[in-house]
Design a protein. Structure first.
Length: 383
C-alpha cells in the first residue's frame, strides 16, 4: 500500500501500489492529487510509552514531543517499530539529524524556534506535540476503493448528497412545471414558453452532470461528485453536443431504420448490436478527449481490442442493467379519464419513471468512467 497525506487538507490516504502515479480525488476535500510512487507517511511508536504515531516523512530526523507521555525523541527516517521491547540502549542509538527544512510542513507539526542561549533544562519544553493515532485507528479511505461489494456499490452511486440534490433538480422541477401548467388549464399556456426554456436549461445541465460523473469516476470516484455547474450555457451546450453526437452516430442508425421501416428484422438487430457495443467506448472517448473526434474509428477499435474482455464485461453489465430497468412494472393510467386529478396522477407516474431513468443513466455513466479508471494504462490515451 502507498500511504500519503493530501497536500491540501492533510487527510491520510492509502491506495494500492498499482495506482502509484495516477490521479485521484481526495475523499476529504475533493482536490485532484497525484498518488506518489512511495509512501510519504512514517508510522512508529514512542520509545517511552509505546504510543503509535504517524507523521509525514518531512519530519524524519526532527526532535518532537510525544503527545501522551511528553517525552522527547527523534523521528526515525522510515517506518520503524521503536517500542521499548525492540529499543536499543540510548547510548547505542544513532539518529540522523537530517538536513530537512520545514517547507510545506503543516504548521501544527512545526517545532518552535529554539533560541541559541537556551539551556538543556528549558529544552524539555521545546517542540510541538504530534497528533496521536487512536488505539484503533480509523480505516483510511482509499481513492477508488469500494467499501461495499461492487455489485451493490455501483447501484448506490447517485446516493451522495450532491447526487440526490441533482436528481431533485432534474426530476422534481420539470414535474412541478408540468403540474402547474395542468392545473392552470387554458391559462397554462402562460407558463408554456418559460417552462420550456427552463426545461431546456435543465436538460443541458443534465448532460453536463453526466460528463462530470464520467470524469469523476475516471479519477476514482465511487459516488456522484460534489460539483455544481459553474459553466456557461455555451459550455453546457458543448458537453450536450458530445453526448448527442455520440448517440446520433452510434445509435441513430437503428432508430432511423425503425422509424422509417417499422421493422424489427435482422438488419434492425444488427444495427442495434453495433450501436450498443460501440456506444460506451465512444461516449467515454468523447468525454475524456472533450471532443467528438474521440469517435475516430481507429481509436475506438484499437481501444476495444486492447481491453476486449474488460470492455465486453462492461457492455454486458450495462445491457443487463437496462434490461432489468425495462422489466420494472409500469404505472399505467386510464386514458378514458380526463379529469385534472387523473392527469396529475399520470404526470406523477411519468415523473417517477423519468426519475428512475435518470438514476440508471448516472449509474451507467459511473460504470463507463470506472472502466477508464481500471484500464487507463491499457487504453494509453494520454488524456
Amino acid at each position: 500500500m502507498v500511504r500519503f497525506c493530501c497536500e491540501h487538507c492533510g487527510r491520510k490516504i492509502s491506495v494500492q501500489d498499482k495506482h502509484a502515479g495516477k490521479r485521484g480525488k481526495c475523499p476529504e476535500c475533493g482536490t485532484v492529487i497525484v498518488i506518489p510512487a512511495k509512501s510519504t507517511v512514517i508510522t512508529f511508536h514512542c520509545p517511552s510509552c509505546d504510543q503509535r504515531i504517524s507523521v509525514p516523512k518531512t519530519h524524519a530526523g526532527k526532535e518532537v514531543q510525544c503527545p501522551s507521555c511528553k517525552d522527547r525523541f527523534i523521528v526515525p527516517a522510515t517506518d520503524f517499530d521503536i517500542s521499548p521491547e525492540t529499543q536499543s540502549p540510548p547510548a547505542e542509538r544513532e539518529f540522523s539529524t537530517g538536513a530537512l527544512t520545514f517547507l510545506d510542513v503543516p504548521a501544527e507539526y512545526k517545532l518552535k524556534d529554539q533560541p541559541a542561549s537556551q539551556t538543556n533544562e528549558s529544552e524539555k519544553d521545546v517542540g510541538t506535540e504530534l497528533e496521536p493515532e487512536e488505539d484503533e485507528p480509523r480505516e483510511e479511505e482509499s481513492i477508488g476503493e469500494r467499501k461495499l461489494p461492487w455489485y451493490i456499490d455501483i447501484l448506490l452511486y447517485p446516493t451522495s448528497p450532491s447526487g440526490l440534490i441533482h436528481l431533485i433538480i432534474f426530476v422534481v422541477i420539470p414535474l412541478l412545471i408540468a403540474i402547474v401548467r395542468t392545473l392552470m388549464g387554458p391559462l397554462g399556456i402562460a407558463v408554456g414558453l418559460p417552462g420550456f426554456l427552463l426545461n431546456l436549461v435543465i436538460g443541458l445541465y443534465l448532460c453536463w452532470f453526466i460528463t462530470e460523473c464520467v470524469r469523476d469516476s475516471a479519477n476514482g470516484g465511487t459516488r456522484a461528485p460534489e460539483a455544481f455547474a459553474t459553466s456557461s450555457l455555451g459550455d453546457m451546450w458543448s458537453q450536450a453536443l458530445h453526448i448527442i453526437g455520440c448517440y446520433l452516430i452510434l445509435l441513430g442508425p437503428v432508430g432511423f431504420y425503425h422509424i422509417f421501416t417499422q421493422k424489427t428484422d435482422a438488419i434492425f438487430w444488427l444495427l442495434l448490436a453495433y450501436g450498443a457495443f460501440f456506444f460506451p467506448m465512444g461516449l467515454l472517448a468523447c468525454i475524456m478527449f472533450d471532443s467528438v473526434r474521440g469517435l475516430n474509428p481507429i481509436l475506438l477499435v484499437c481501444s476495444i481490442v486492447s481491453t476486449f474482455f474488460q470492455y465486453l464485461g462492461l457492455v454486458l453489465l450495462i445491457v443487463a442493467i437496462i434490461l432489468a430497468f425495462s422489466a420494472l412494472p409500469s404505472m399505467e393510467t386510464d386514458d378514458t379519464q380526463t379529469s385534472p386529478m387523473s392527469n396529475i396522477f399520470a404526470l406523477i407516474a411519468g415523473g417517477i419513471f423519468y426519475g428512475l431513468s435518470v438514476y440508471v443513466v448516472l449509474v451507467i455513466a459511473h460504470l463507463i468512467g470506472r472502466f477508464y479508471w481500471r484500464n487507463q494504462e491499457k487504453l494509453n490515451w494520454e488524456v
